[in-house]
Structure formats: structure tokens, C-alpha cells
Design a protein around this ligand. Structure first.
Ligand code: UDP
Length: 342
């Protein structure tokens, strides 16, 4: 199988495209699929090869490029007429970022700077940036809005916060227009099981619970003495299909802009929090399987509660999350069964 099969020849190359960096990743791939479903022309840029199941990568333009290789990056901007960049490509492991800061600052911050530099050189000045609620750190408020001060507690969170600042400066100084979208807990899978969560190692809550079910092992809850009603941490779980729709709305917003220098930060969450124990119970209900639970020590860096205010996303982007927790877990389970239990 030719992994780098290209279909560019069928396209009108003069037509502008959306460049998606990290388009093979968890949220990036869902966004690529949603863009294609909405009729956009997409170029995927990723330093990894498509996985076996990522069929969509063979029907769009795919460029295997590392953002740290500025020559390769420039070649992509020479080749295509790009209108908007959606920038996902980044390392995302909080724990690893604490052990290897140089790896994270280089890939996430230098990679972003390289991308912006080449965009500026080729007069592509619209970007939707994949940021994170990790920029807030311990906020201590019921609902976190975008005016909360940034205070990231991990290297990963700082790489995203610094990248936001660099993008904001490109807006102010070079007339870029941009959104930084701060995701809360991304979860769920494509309802048609075309893509989903597939990290190695997997550390996220829902796939870890599914792993415990599939392997008949105990699921460890990190801490039961938090300042929450049942003692376990509360998070705001948002389906990747809803994240994808927000990226499309942000992309359209930037495409329609006639002025330059626009910059907005927008939270993407449901505004509703669930505790780890509530998620475990919901997984049991959806899968019909019992989860064996063990409470262990707190995981360093976890805060009691992280729940978004999503009023700004509703107001600016006219965005409304469509999926509930049932759909999140159902799609995650279907995906898990497809790729892990095949
Ligand atoms: N969590 C847990 N056991 C696990 C994985 C996660 O108790 O095996 C908890 C974690 O401590 C946090 C919540 O689940 O309170 C969500 O964690 P996740 O890593 O999915 O996302 P985060 O909120 O860290 O971005």
C-alpha cells in the first residue's frame, strides 16, 4: 500500500485549502473528517504516517513534514494555496513534559514559531490554534471563563500559553487573524468509527476505564479526598466532534473577516462537570460491564475541578455542543472495540 498516495491531480490547485497540522492526531483527524464532510479542501501536515485505519489520509493531500524542518514546511506553502491554517501538531503528555522540557519547548513552541514564520513569508495570515484548559492551572472557580488569569502548572501548559502569546504578537505586529481555542477534556470518537483516541501510552480517563474492562483489571482512581461532593476530581468532558465543529466555525469566521489583527481566545467545553466516579458509573451503564475500582494516591498536578464557561464560544462562534456524556462514552466504546478488540 502506498501510504503517500496523493490525489492532488484531481483538484484545482488554484483553489484555496485549509492546512491542518497534526491532522492525523486525535482531535486533528476528527477535524479533518468534519472539514471534508462540510466540503472543505484539506491538506494534512503531520510528521507521522497515517495509521492503517486512517483511510481519509489517502483521499486528501497529505504532507509528511515535521514543523522543525523549515525547508520542508516552506515547500508545502509553495505548493498549495492555503487560506487558513488549523494548528494541532504538538506533544500533549503532561507527565512527559515535566521530565523532558526541552522536547516540549522545541516541538510545541519552536514548531509554532516556524509555522508562523513561513505563514508570514507566504502571506497566509489566518490561524486557528489548538490550545488547552491546562493554561489556567488551578483556577478555584466554579466556571472558568477566558478572563481567568493564565497560570499553567506544567511545561505542556506553558508551551501552549507561550504559543498563544506568540500568535497574539503576530496578530498585533504582522496583521494576522487568529483564534486560540482552549479545550477542556477532549473525549469520544467519530460516530462512524473513522477515527478516535489511540494514544500510546494511554493516560486519559475514558480509554483507561475501557482498558480496565477489556483486560479485566482494576481501574485506579487517582485520589478520593478532593474538595468535591464524592471526593474525586471533576472535569468538563467535550466530544471531539463538538471540538471539530468549533474549529470549522472559527475557520469560517476567519475566512469571512475583512479586517486584520483579530485575536480571540475561546474556551471549548460543555459547562457541565462530572466526577471521575460519575464517569466510571456512566461507563458501566453504557457498556453493561462492571468496572473494578481501586482508589490510589492523587496524581501530581490534578486540580479539584476544571469546568468551562462556554458563553464566549456561544456568543462569538454561535457554537453549541451537541453530544452528551452517553454519546461520548458510546462512541469511545465502539471505537475501542473496533481497534483494540478486533
Ligand atoms: N484519572 C484517574 N485514573 C486514570 C486516569 C485519569 O483517576 O487512570 C483521573 C485524573 O486524575 C483526572 C481525571 O481522571 O482527575 C481526568 O484525567 P485525564 O488524564 O483524562 O485528563 P486531564 O484532566 O488530566 O486533562
Amino acid at each position: 500500500m502506498n501510504l503517500f498516495y496523493k490525489t492532488s491531480f484531481v483538484y484545482d490547485m488554484s483553489k484555496s485549502k485549509i492546512l491542518v497540522t497534526g491532522g492525523l492526531g486525535y482531535i486533528g483527524s476528527q477535524t479533518v473528517l468534519s472539514l471534508l464532510d462540510s466540503g472543505f479542501e484539506v491538506v494534512i501536515l503531520d510528521k507521522n504516517q497515517p495509521k492503517e485505519y486512517q483511510n481519509f489520509a489517502y483521499i486528501v493531500d497529505f504532507e509528511r513534514v515535521d514543523l522543525l524542518n523549515i525547508g520542508d514546511l516552506e515547500r508545502v506553502f509553495k505548493k498549495y494555496k492555503i487560506e487558513v491554517v488549523i494548528h494541532f501538531a504538538a506533544f500533549i503528555e503532561v507527565g512527559e513534559s515535566q521530565l523532558k522540557p526541552e522536547k516540549y519547548y522545541k516541538n510545541n513552541v519552536v514548531g509554532t514559531l516556524n509555522l508562523l514564520t513561513i505563514m508570514h513569508r507566504y502571506k497566509v495570515n489566518k490561524i486557528v490554534f489548538s490550545s488547552t484548559a491546562a493554561v489556567y492551572g488551578f483556577s478555584g472557580v466554579e466556571l472558568i471563563d477566558e478572563n481567568q488569569p493564565r497560570n499553567p502548572i506544567s511545561v505542556y501548559g506553558r508551551t501552549k500559553s507561550i504559543s498563544e502569546d506568540i500568535i497574539n504578537d503576530f496578530c498585533k505586529i504582522h496583521g494576522f487573524s487568529a483564534f486560540s481555542l482552549r479545550y477542556f477534556n477532549a473525549c469520544g470518537a467519530d460516530p462512524q468509527t473513522r477515527t478516535g483516541e489511540d494514544h500510546n501510552p494511554e493516560t486519559h480517563l475514558i480509554p483507561c476505564i475501557l482498558n480496565a474492562i477489556a483486560n479485566n483489571v482494576t481501574f485506579k482512581i487517582f485520589g478520593n479526598n478532593y474538595n468535591t461532593p464524592d471526593g474525586t476530581c471533576i472535569r468538563d468532558y467535550i466530544h471531539t466532534t463538538d471540538l471539530a465543529s468549533a474549529h470549522i466555525l472559527a475557520t469560517k469566521y476567519l475566512m469571512d473577516l475583512t479586517t486584520s489583527g483579530f485575536y480571540e481566545v475561546v474556551n471549548l467545553g460543555t459547562g457541565q462537570g462530572f466526577s471521575v466516579s460519575q464517569i466510571v458509573q456512566s461507563v458501566e451503564q453504557v457498556t453493561g460491564c462492571k468496572v473494578l475500582v481501586e482508589f490510589v494516591d492523587r496524581r501530581p498536578g490534578d486540580s479539584d475541578r476544571l469546568v468551562a464557561s462556554n458563553q464566549k464560544a456561544k456568543k462569538i462562534l454561535n457554537w453549541e455542543p451537541q453530544s452528551n456524556l452517553y454519546q461520548i462514552i458510546k462512541t469511545a466504546w465502539e471505537w475501542y472495540q473496533k481497534i483494540k478488540l478486533k
